[in-house]
Design a protein around this ligand. Structure first.
Ligand SMILES: Cc1cc2nc3c(=O)[nH]c(=O)nc-3n(C[C@H](O)[C@H](O)[C@H](O)COP(=O)(O)OP(=O)(O)OC[C@H]3O[C@@H](n4cnc5c(N)ncnc54)[C@H](O)[C@@H]3O)c2cc1C
Length: 387
């Protein structure tokens, strides 16, 4: 029997491929060399409607589930691109959707859905607070009918290419909250009005072309109506969005892994050394086959997490495991692709080293491997808390 979801996945994959075909490897390679942002690719993706997959139809999106959304991002990476340049447009709006007021949703959602409004910056991490989110110090003080925000964010990706930023700031000092998870709040910052007026963006150069920046916030005025949900509940809103993010990032890694494995298998079959294809040697073939098996296993965990998520069932362990296993699978596949290509694995023209640099990030961001292991150890296996 044909599963209707399979048909939809197939159509989505074909549609995304058509967009990606307009942006071949040379396009990504050139951007990487220039450390430039893929404005036209992102515009194309936004206008095609794929990045508004998770926005309900009433606000102009396509109202699809996380499984379908994950297939879209997977396909970008599988095609040789990097959805890290635009993935956040898909999911940051989730905080607004779940916790924003109707007025806020009416005001922002249609623009986000149609792509005219870029909402793809998320300011949580600070120089002294990465894994330990509750230690952030950026502070929003309510004064004279508005919030005045001061502080610093780091690693705020795509902030220079966004109209809106979701900012997490403290509204009650850490020492004064009853529960340590309280006292953070979520704000919508309109960057069009704030850059140069309280917000200064300073790009960070990284090993891959990722468009991250430091954001200095000095006496930034944010209207009261830009607070999302209730004051002090920002950490819970943050947690709410994490499973979606984990599943989507997992899918991107899966896309990378399949791309690496296809390149490695093809090269192993055609490269002749000592009079025979190198893939005839088990020492070359088996690591590729093992990486494929690990990728398929990770892929299953991605779908398990996505189905639970789409059925509104708890999926914390599955979403975390999907992210962990997929990041490991893409790293392993990337590594084996380099090894299989010998010296050519390091040549920029082959794109493998670029994709390897890109996929390496997901061992660290948006949550590092150790933190996921700590979560599983404590919350699933019942061992003592390690962080
Ligand atoms: C390219 C890039 C893009 C990013 N984009 C964004 C973004 O858009 N918005 C945003 O808010 N943030 C973003 N981040 C930040 C990212 O979420 C953090 O880097 C990540 O959460 C880790 O925090 P940290 O870098 O401060 O590492 P730390 O928290 O300092 O950790 C360093 C290392 O120590 C390990 N460690 C720490 N504590 C423990 C423990 N108790 N047990 C075991 N191991 C531990 C960690 O696993 C990690 O490997 C981005 C980061 C990068 C590199």
């Amino acid at each position: 029997m044909v599963n209707p979801k399979d048909v939809l996945f197939h159509e989505l994959r074909e549609g995304v491929r058509k967009v990606c075909d307009r942006y071949p490897s040379a396009y990504w390679r050139e951007l990487d060399a220039k450390e430039a942002y893929p404005e036209d690719f992102v515009k194309d993706m936004m206008e095609s409607g794929y990045l508004s997959a998770l926005i309900p139809e009433q606000y102009g999106g396509s109202g699809l589930g996380i499984a379908e959304a994950s297939v879209i991002l997977e396909e970008i990476n599988h095609a040789g691109g990097n959805s890290g340049v635009c993935h956040a447009q898909m999911y940051i709006m989730g905080t607004l959707l779940r916790h924003g007021s109707e007025e806020q949703k009416e005001r922002f959602m249609p623009g986000i859905a149609e792509g005219g409004l870029k909402f793809q910056a998320f300011g949580v991490t600070e120089p002294d607070a990465g894994s330990d989110t509750l230690s952030i110090k950026t502070f929003a003080r309510k004064e004279g009918g508005r919030y005045i925000i001061n502080g610093q964010k780091i690693w705020t990706s795509r902030v220079a290419y966004s109209d809106l930023m979701l900012l997490i700031a403290r509204t009650t000092p850490k020492e004064e909250v009853k529960r340590r998870t309280e006292g953070l709040s979520a704000f919508l910052v309109d960057l069009r009005a704030s850059v140069g007026k309280g917000v200064t963006i300073q790009p960070i150069k990284t090993m891959m072309n990722h468009h991250s920046a430091q954001v200095f916030i000095e006496d930034l005025e944010v209207p009261l109506e830009n607070l999302i949900g209730e004051e002090g509940k920002g950490f819970y809103y943050l947690l709410d969005g994490l499973n979606a993010e984990r599943i989507l990032i997992a899918a991107e890694c899966i896309g990378d892994a399949y791309w690496f494995l296809e390149k490695a298998s093809a090269y192993a079959s055609e490269r002749v050394v000592f009079g025979r294809p190198i893939g005839q040697n088990q020492g070359v073939q088996f690591p590729i086959a093992r990486a494929y098996a690990n990728t398929r296993a990770a892929d299953l965990m991605r779908y398990e997490a996505a189905v639970l998520f789409d059925n509104a069932e708890p999926c914390g362990p599955e979403a975390n495991m999907a992210k962990l296993l997929s990041a490991d699978a893409s790293f392993e596949a990337g590594n084996v692709a380099i090894q299989t290509h010998g010296g050519f694995g390091f040549a920029k023209d082959y794109d493998i080293e670029r994709k390897f640099r890109e996929t390496r990030l997901y061992q660290v961001a948006p949550i590092s491997t150790n933190l996921i292991l700590g979560y599983l150890g404590q919350h699933v296996l019942g061992m003592p808390r390690s962080y």
